[in-house]
Design a protein around this ligand. Structure first.
Ligand SMILES: [Mg+2]
Length: 317
C-alpha cells in the first residue's frame, strides 16, 4: 500500500503540516485551553477509536455510504415516496455511525422499508445482499480516500506520542476493514502497535459497539485490565460501549455539538479536541525525550494545509 509520492506527509486538520514518523514533538496550538491533566500513574494504556478521533475519515465513510445508499434508493424506491429521499447526515448519525458496516447497512435500509438478505462475506460488490452492498461501500471508500487525501487530528497524535514516551501503551480500534491501510498511509502504524479492526471483528465474531467486545479485545492484546485503560471515542455507541466495559476513563470527542449526548452515554470527560488534554508529567517527558533521542525529533513545517497535499494513489494489498 502506498499513498502516491507523499506517503510520509500528514495533513493535520486545520493546523500545521508535519513531515515525520510518529516520534515527534507537538506544540499545543495557540488558543487551545487546557481542560484536564492526565495522571499517567493511573493508566497502563490508551485505546482510541480511529475514524473521527485519530483520522478525519468519518466524512469519507459518510460520503461512501451516501453514494451507496442513494444508488440503492434510486433503483428500489419510487421518487414520490418519502422513503426515496437521499441519505442524510442525520441518517448517518442515527443508523450507521459507530456500528459495524453490516449492521449500519441493514439498519438504514430497514428504516426506508428495504430488506436485503445478509448474504456471505464472499459476495461480490455487485450482489444486492448486505454483505455485497457493504463490500461495494468499501470500494467507494478507497476511491474517495485516494481522491480526497488523508487528514489526521494532530491532538490525538500529540497526546498518544507523549503517553507512549511516559510508558503508557496505545491501541486503536475501528469498524473499518481498511484500518491498517489508513494507519500506514498516515505513517501512524508504529504509534499503534495494537489494532482491532473490522477484519478482526469478523474473524473473532465480535459484536459491534455499543457492546464493549472490541475494546476488551484491545485490552486482552495489551495484557491489561479495562479499569487501567483510557478510551477515546467520538460516537455515542462507542462511548456507551466503553462505559459498559468498565474502563478507567472514557473521553468523548465532541466535534458536532453533541457533548451532552456523549455525557449521557457515559463519557467521564467531553472535549472538542485532544489538544485540551495534557499529561501531568508532559514537560519532564519532553525533556527526557530531548536528552535521550535528539536525533529522532522531526522538523515542524508551518505550512498551510494546502502546501503539502496528501492526495495520491492508494493501492490496497
Ligand atoms: Mg468514530
Amino acid at each position: 500500500m502506498e499513498l502516491g509520492d507523499t506517503s510520509r506527509s500528514w495533513q493535520f486538520v486545520g493546523r500545521e503540516v508535519f513531515r515525520s514518523e510518529c516520534d515527534v514533538e507537538f506544540p499545543r496550538p495557540r488558543g487551545v485551553g487546557l481542560t484536564m491533566r492526565l495522571d499517567t500513574a493511573r493508566y497502563d494504556a490508551i485505546i482510541l477509536d480511529l475514524d473521527g478521533v485519530v483520522t478525519d475519515t468519518v466524512s469519507v465513510h459518510e460520503l461512501a455510504w451516501r453514494r451507496l445508499f442513494d444508488g440503492v434508493l434510486r433503483h428500489r424506491v419510487k421518487r414520490a415516496d418519502g422513503a426515496g429521499r437521499p441519505f442524510s447526515h442525520e441518517d448517518y448519525l442515527t443508523y450507521v455511525d459507530g456500528k459495524p458496516r453490516h449492521d449500519g447497512a441493514r439498519d438504514f435500509l430497514a428504516s426506508r422499508g428495504l430488506k436485503f438478505r445478509r448474504g456471505v462475506p464472499t459476495d461480490p460488490p455487485e450482489r444486492e445482499t448486505i454483505c455485497g452492498l457493504a463490500k461495494r461501500k468499501d470500494g467507494y471508500f478507497v476511491e474517495l480516500l485516494a481522491a480526497r487525501g488523508l487528514r489526521v487530528f494532530s491532538g490525538a497524535v500529540r497526546l498518544v506520542s507523549e503517553l507512549r514516551r511516559s510508558g503508557v501503551q496505545a491501541a486503536v480500534v475501528s469498524n473499518s476493514r481498511h484500518c491498517r491501510m489508513v494507519l500506514a498511509a498516515a505513517g501512524l502504524s508504529a504509534l499503534f502497535p495494537v489494532r482491532v479492526d473490522g477484519i478482526d471483528a469478523d474473524r473473532l465474531g465480535l459484536p459491534g459497539r455499543p457492546d464493549p467486545a472490541v475494546f476488551w479485545e484491545a485490552t486482552r492484546r495489551l495484557g491489561i485490565a479495562p479499569e487501567r485503560a483510557i478510551v477515546v471515542e467520538d460516537a455515542e455507541t462507542g462511548v456507551a460501549a466503553a462505559s459498559r466495559g468498565g474502563f478507567g476513563l472514557v473521553i468523548g470527542i465532541d466535534r458536532e455539538g453533541g457533548g451532552e449526548q456523549l455525557r449521557t452515554c457515559g463519557a467521564d470527560v467531553v472535549v472538542t479536541s485532544l489538544d485540551e488534554i495534557e499529561i501531568a508529567d508532559a514537560r519532564a517527558v519532553a525533556r527526557s525525550h530531548e536528552l535521550l533521542k535528539p536525533s529522532r525529533r522531526a522538523t515542524v513545517t508551518n505550512s498551510s494545509a494546502e502546501d503539502i497535499p496528501t492526495r495520491g494513489r492508494i493501492d490496497v494489498q
